[in-house]
Ligand binder design. Structure first.
Ligand code: SAH
Ligand code: ZN
Length: 712
């Protein structure tokens, strides 16, 4: 069974905390928290409902409510459904499954529904809903039941006196059915709804498009590691090349993908139809084979997926999640057609990596096999030569897809960066080099072993990562590599070179890669003075920005469709404080933003001259001159720049940002983002302030960034 409160927002739930039963008081619990820098697990006293709060604070609930197209289309379809009942001389009895803030129930009341029952499985949300109803003066018109719809009872003593004849529900995620829509609808039709009922939405269609996209393929499979001269240094083990990969959908803002980075090999293909109205049953498991004619010659690597909802029975109101190039409302003549369609983060598009890549010829016929179970989708592709024995949901058999996040895999495939690191390591290697690699979730140590080091010691203690390293060792016949959980003093003294890819699989925020400095500090006293270290330093930079859309996931709603939502805003705000989720990691290449002021350096950590603590704070003006101002500012971004052979490699902007212009972000890492609750019109004298505190002995790091307090 899958128990996730908001699966729609799962990619935002980054650190998983285990709750223990040992509570100190009613309000606080011990939670186990892994320190990403030290790697150790620490007990932390947290608010009792910490998990809830983190979920609320990090969820995209607000973004969903900011989705005006969604709200308006639900409203219009509800209006039609209620009119239909009234026209037939019947009462309109509405059931709202998964009411959240109560939005759709309040709309139903306003459209003249006779009775409204709202259920919500997530208790804190149900409580919040009741307060919102009260604030908006509709508490007596809506019955809120804090239950999962599948636990509702109908009858004299039940949750509902009688069955409803209108169902309105929005329980869809990027994959459409990942929030359990199939069982929710099936149960509702069997137990909660009259035979003659209207359902909003009426139906849905899932579309698939087969593409070649080497850019995204980097997120899926590790390529051979090559040096500057394109000479292969490390071969990827065959089982990793052959692995069917992880089945989990990769949700991506496909409209932000550079147009030249993918080639369409098929038109959009409608693969699954979902009749939510109850007129025809929806199977929990389906496999559909569809032959189609290839539109371009290329390597079929990936299936893009999106869906659309038919909100009403007549098919007049359509809500599409298509990317811009096939979106019904896109203005293809505009300079940036992706800006001409509604933006949303709670529904993106799905990327499915085909278990086996095949080359297809234009005009040839191939078969797309689309599979669906209760919660998810997956795809296979077949041609004359390639047939599959089964269509099971792919599972990872190579370890990579279990050990490493997709972003991490893409990082390891980022040839530009690895070539720089490899060139420097090659330069630095002395005769009979003894190399210490501090990061076992990278391939640098193995590469050093291949490039002539005498012995390489790799520091790693997670079994999954060790498994990957061992497979590489075998596939590349490396005999001079030792994997260790820790190094002895004796060994440390012999080390001539330290290498560390500054991206640990355990790191989420950029500064968590200062784990390198933490480890170096630990061994510092025993390391030789002349030891060579790659990379040499880390700088953290920050910059004010104007997000085009991303701020919508966090800014308060105030009101939504004329409904006072300030109670919900307060809940999010207090959850934010309790769960300390103010700064979050986001893949900014998916979220356009403009540079809103000059980038400034916050801190530099020199690996050759480490100190036990770093404490830096200060104020920066947004700009030095009028011409460097851009309006308005609604967030700050922080990123790391690592120095390799005197050359900076940025895990932030690819080129130096120019004020007022769109920033091009590194696609292979996530950046730290602070979204401001209010956007601000800035002047040259406006200042922002920051405080950074870093303790290498304890492995602690803290960063604050905000507008400077006005001096009085
Ligand atoms: N209807 C609201 C909220 C949509 S988000 C709106 O449109 O703004 C989906 C909500 O449904 C979440 O709060 C989730 O907890 C809830 N949910 C999902 N499946 C449910 C079910 N079967 N029964 C009750 N609540 C459910
Ligand atoms: Zn795998």
């Amino acid at each position: 069974m899958r128990i996730v409160l908001f699966p729609r927002f799962r990619r935002l739930l980054l650190d998983i905390r285990l709750k223990s039963t040992a509570a100190t008081s009613k309000m606080q619990v011990f939670t186990q928290k892994r320190n990403p820098i030290t790697g150790s697990t620490e007990w932390d006293v947290q608010h009792e409902d910490y998990d809830y709060h983190q979920e609320i604070a990090r969820s995209a609930f607000a973004d969903m409510l900011h989705d005006t197209e969604r709200n308006k289309k639900y409203h219009r379809a509800l209006q039609l459904a209620i009119e239909k009942m009234h026209d037939a001389g019947k009462k309109a009895n509405v059931l709202d499954i998964g009411t959240g803030t109560g939005l759709l129930s309040i709309m139903a009341v306003r459209c003249g529904a006779d009775t409204v029952t709202a259920c919500e499985a997530f208790k804190p949300m149900a409580e919040c809903c009741s307060k919102i109803l009260q604030r908006n003066g509709v508490a007596d018109k809506i019955t809120v039941i804090p239950k999962r719809s599948t636990d509702l009872t109908v009858g004299e003593n039940g949750d509902m006196k009688e069955k409803a004849n209108i169902l309105v529900t929005e329980v869809f995620d990027t994959e459409l059915i990942g929030e359990g829509a199939l069982s929710t609808f099936a149960h509702a039709h069997q137990y909660l709804l009259e035979e003659e009922c209207v359902v909003v939405p009426d139906s849905a269609v899932i579309y698939a498009q087969v593409v070649e996209c080497p850019t995204l393929q980097k997120w899926n499979k590790l390529n051979d590691l090559a040096d500057e001269d394109l000479k292969v240094i490390l071969r990827t083990p065959q089982k990793m090349k052959d692995c069917a990969g992880s089945a989990a959908v990769h949700d991506v803002q496909l409209s932000q993908l550079p147009r030249h980075s993918f080639k369409e090999l098929s038109d959009q293909i409608p693969v699954f139809y979902y009749d939510w109205s109850g007129r025809s049953p929806v199977d929990c498991r389906r496999t559909v084979k569809q032959q189609f004619t290839v539109t371009n010659t290329g390597r079929a690597q990936i299936v893009f997926m999106w869906w659309e909802l038919n909100m009403d029975m007549e098919g007049k109101i359509l809500l599409s999640c298509a990317p811009w190039w096939t979106h019904p409302d896109a203005d293809l003549s505009s300079e940036r057609p992706q800006d001409s369609i509604p933006w949303r983060d709670h529904w993106m598009q799905g990327v499915y990596y085909l278990p086996q890549e095949i080359t297809v010829q234009k005009e040839s016929d191939v078969t797309l096999v689309s599979c669906q179970d209760e919660y998810s989708l997956w795809f296979y592709l077949e041609d004359e030569k390639t047939k599959h024995k089964h269509y099971k949901r792919p599972i990872c058999e190579c370890g990579v897809h279990m050990a490493l996040s997709r972003t991490h895999v893409s990082y390891l495939n980022d040839g530009k960066r690895s070539k720089k690191l490899l060139a420097q390591i090659k330069d630095d290697l002395v005769n009979d080099a003894i190399v210490l690699d501090l990061n076992g979730s990278s391939l640098l140590g193995l590469a050093a072993a291949k490039m002539g080091a005498k012995t390489v010691y790799i520091l790693e203690n997670t079994n999954l990562n060790i498994g990957i390293l061992n497979d590489y060792i075998q596939a590349n016949n490396l005999e001079n590599v030792v994997i260790l959980p820790d190094v002895t003093d004796e060994l440390t003294e012999k080390v001539t070179n330290v290498v560390c890819d500054p991206n640990f699989s355990s790191a989420i925020l950029p500064w968590e890669n200062l784990k390198m400095a933490y480890l170096l500090y630990k061994y510092k006293s025993k390391l030789n003075e002349s030891v060579k270290i790659v990379p040499e330093s880390c700088e953290l930079w920050a910059m004010p920005v104007e997000f085009q859309d991303l701020h919508k996931i966090r800014i308060p709603l105030g009101s939504c469709e004329g409904i006072d939502m300030t109670i919900f805003d307060d809940l999010v705000e207090s959850s934010r404080i309790i769960s300390d989720a103010e700064i979050e990691a986001q893949p900014l290449w998916e979220y356009p933003c403009k540079c809103g002021g000059l980038p400034r350096r916050l801190i530099e950590v020199n690996m050759n001259d480490l100190r036990v603590t770093y404490a830096c704070d200060g104020d920066h003006t947004v700009a030095d001159t009028e011409s460097e101002l851009s309006q308005p500012v609604n967030g700050f971004v922080v990123w790391a720049t690592w120095s390799v052979g005197g050359k900076p490699t940025s895990a932030g902007p690819g080129e130096w940002p120019r004020v007022g212009e769109r920033v091009i972000w590194d696609m292979h890492t996530r950046q730290a983002v602070k979204i401001l609750k209010k956007s601000k019109i800035v002047s040259v004298t406006d200042k922002w302030s920051y405080q950074v505190a870093c303790d290498l002995e304890k492995g602690q790091f803290n960063l604050n960034i905000d507008w400077a307090k006005e001096e009085t």
